[in-house]
Design a protein. Sequence first.
Length: 485
Amino acid sequence: MTMLLVVPVLGALLLGVLVPRQSGLALKVGATGVALINLLLVVVLWARFDPAQPGLQFEENVPWIRALSFQVNYHLGVDGISLLLVALTAFLMVLAFLGSWSITDRVKEYVITLLILESAMLGVFLAADLLLFYVFWEVTLIPMFLLIGVWGGARRIYASIKFVLFTAAGSLVMLVAMVSLAWTYTATTGQTTFDLEPVLRMRLPVATQMWLFAAFALAFAIKVPVFPLHTWLPDAHVEAPTAGSVILAGVLLKMGTYGFLRFCLTLFPEASYQFAPILAALALVGIVYGALVALAQQDIKKLVAYSSISHLGFVMLGLFALNAPGLQGSLLQMINHGISTGALFLLVGMIYERRHTRLISDYGGLWKQMPLFSALFLVVALSSIALPFTNGFVGEFLVLLGAFNARVAWAVIAVSGMILSAAYMLWMYQRVFFGPLENPENRNLADLGRREVAILVPIVILIFSIGVAPRFFLRPAEPALQMVL
């Protein structure tokens, strides 16, 4: 487990020391190589993982911080839930580096920032100690703040500060709740620990669960983000560089949904049941609101940003349906959203590099000029609207099944969100790629190069692989999800 965290940091140190600042291409190639090594380690981890075991595997648990009254452990481990998110993180990091070839300013600092971010994100999904989880959670803020604030667009300072203020506010509330949880454990057992395993065995009074759940949920809801705590996200997405948007949508937002699944539903089961209707209602509002606002956008990147709010509403709805289909669909949708929305941001970045505009009205007729780009964009767009045999279909179907089993009205409202999703995505696609090629600046646009094809082909393979054989991807997580219920 530690190797997955060390490789990016070690790679960042070696690139920082050994590669000259002027060698931008060497820095990008080297960082991509480091990310590929980590992806190979994850493939080995997946191959050795026993899907029949519900608990943590490949654990590392040693004392980290010792004081007179408490101990914090360096406790890492992976179960089926975290395995999928670790794999998603490693996969998207490779694509993020491959999609960063247009970066020319402070390339050394850029790749080092991304590698440190990868290590911190993996730590979030592997941590089995509450305080260790919090440390990794907070560390992710710094590199993401730098990605937006240094390499972002014209309003990057505003977007980066807004991102940090929102997230840090929720994090501080979560830290207070963690300390209180550890204090409660001490009062119950006479021992103080932040280790997740013994804390999970503690039975908390419902009143205590309620406020602790609310504190944890605030931090996670901001990160997802859940309506109405979403206002930082469109600014962050629009101003972030392409790789920043890919990682933000693909991984960082999943830290919030992972937190709900890993901590809120397991540590506070009675409170989860009490809060479920409220969070499901907010999820449904997010599904419809995000889709309606996306439908009104003229900027392609902002449209994709608002689509994230809608799609992550499905993830939240599945979680708080509190049944097996809902949880399975929610976890699968975390992966699907990371793949499909990450791919959309990559595609938007590719066309922006050629035309330096993201306005839908500046395009039209691109299929004639860029047929390969148009075809691959269509595949990703169809996966985003959950076409059968694509990854999005299975996840959203399971979420709808879970919602239907909980309350029929939830499923009906969610279906309306799916219809709106198809409307905004197909409306955007029709205006960008079909019709006459009227704008003279679009007549000389080059189709995809080999590097760009190398980025998109693995994504297309995953889209259809998950859509056709979802069992392969869900099977490792089924025992762990069953334990949540």
